[in-house]
Design a protein around this ligand. Structure first.
Ligand code: HEM
Length: 245
């Protein structure tokens, strides 16, 4: 590691990612172990379907494409795509076009999902403080990502090749050989987006987002979660409720 690095650089680009990934992994293991039946998206499909039918696929398919873009952009080295005959210009043109399409679809889908939560009374009634905090972090990370793509594309200001700093930094963290100097020199928008993403990973295990890691495969192997309204005395259905197939 470079000895000229400042303490904030080491905290942000070495300590924060490891703390974030540790909370993510340990949190997911503990949640899976001790709250297996809380491992659900807490679907609100029963309350409203019209907006959900458009918003949910827009968000989920958009997000799937965003994740695919991140896997390619962050994990595959520039040298590999060059060896396939793909020039840097061709790569970035494809990445920016596909990335922006996916990012915009994700944002529109998410904004519609939030609008539905706020305006459909029955959906709003089952929305917790935890959900609201999660939406802020999720929307924040996504908006910052799209902003980064726009700014880095060169459409406004100078274009930036994130595969020369952000991507090798990300791989250096994964391979336990951190190179924070790569990230400390990256443009501000990239640094802010990555911090937003690392914060999102830290809350991930404690929110409804856990369902993203199992849907749909794991749902096949455990009994259904049964949604019931509380009875009029507010005592719940504890006596009658039996978990299992
Ligand atoms: C440490 C983890 C992450 C890193 C290093 C990272 C890095 C990047 C980079 C370098 C870009 C610019 C891509 C380009 O210009 O073509 C980007 C874009 C983007 N990021 Fe991330 N990101 C991370 C996590 C996330 C997470 C968790 C989300 C969403 C929940 C997210 C959402 C987006 C979106 C929507 C875009 C714009 C569209 C796209 O290019 O796919 N990112 N990210």
């Amino acid at each position: 590691m470079n000895s000229n690095l400042s303490t904030p650089d080491v905290l942000l680009w070495v300590a924060l990612p490891y703390v974030s990934f540790t909370i993510l992994v340990v949190g997911l293991i503990l949640r899976h172990r001790y709250d297996n039946f809380g491992w659900t998206s807490r679907s609100s499909e029963l309350y409203e379907k019209r907006i959900l039918r458009i918003a949910s696929p827009l968000f989920h398919y958009g997000m799937l494409a965003v994740v695919g873009g991140h896997v390619v952009g962050l994990l595959i080295p520039e040298s590999f795509t060059s060896s396939l005959g793909l020039s840097d210009r061709q790569y970035h043109l494809t990445a920016v076009t596909a990335g922006l399409g996916a990012g915009v679809a994700t944002i529109v889908g998410l904004l519609l999902l939030i609008y539905r939560r706020r305006t459909v009374a029955s959906v709003f009634a089952v929305t917790t403080k935890n959900d609201k905090a999660m939406y802020i972090f999720l929307l924040g990370a996504i908006v910052l990502g799209v902003l980064t793509t726009v700014l880095g594309s060169g459409a406004v200001g100078k274009a930036h090749n994130y595969r020369a700093d952000v991507s090798p930094w990300f791989r250096s963290i994964i391979f336990l050989h951190p190179k924070p100097q790569l990230m400390s020199g990256a443009p501000l928008s990239y640094r802010v987006h990555v911090i937003g993403a690392l914060l999102l990973f830290m809350i991930w295990p404690f929110t409804r987002l856990v369902h993203a890691l199992s849907a749909p495969a794991q749902y096949l192997f455990r009994p259904y979660v049964i949604y019931r309204s509380k009875d009029s005395q507010g005592l719940g259905n504890r006596e009658r409720q039996r978990r299992g197939w």
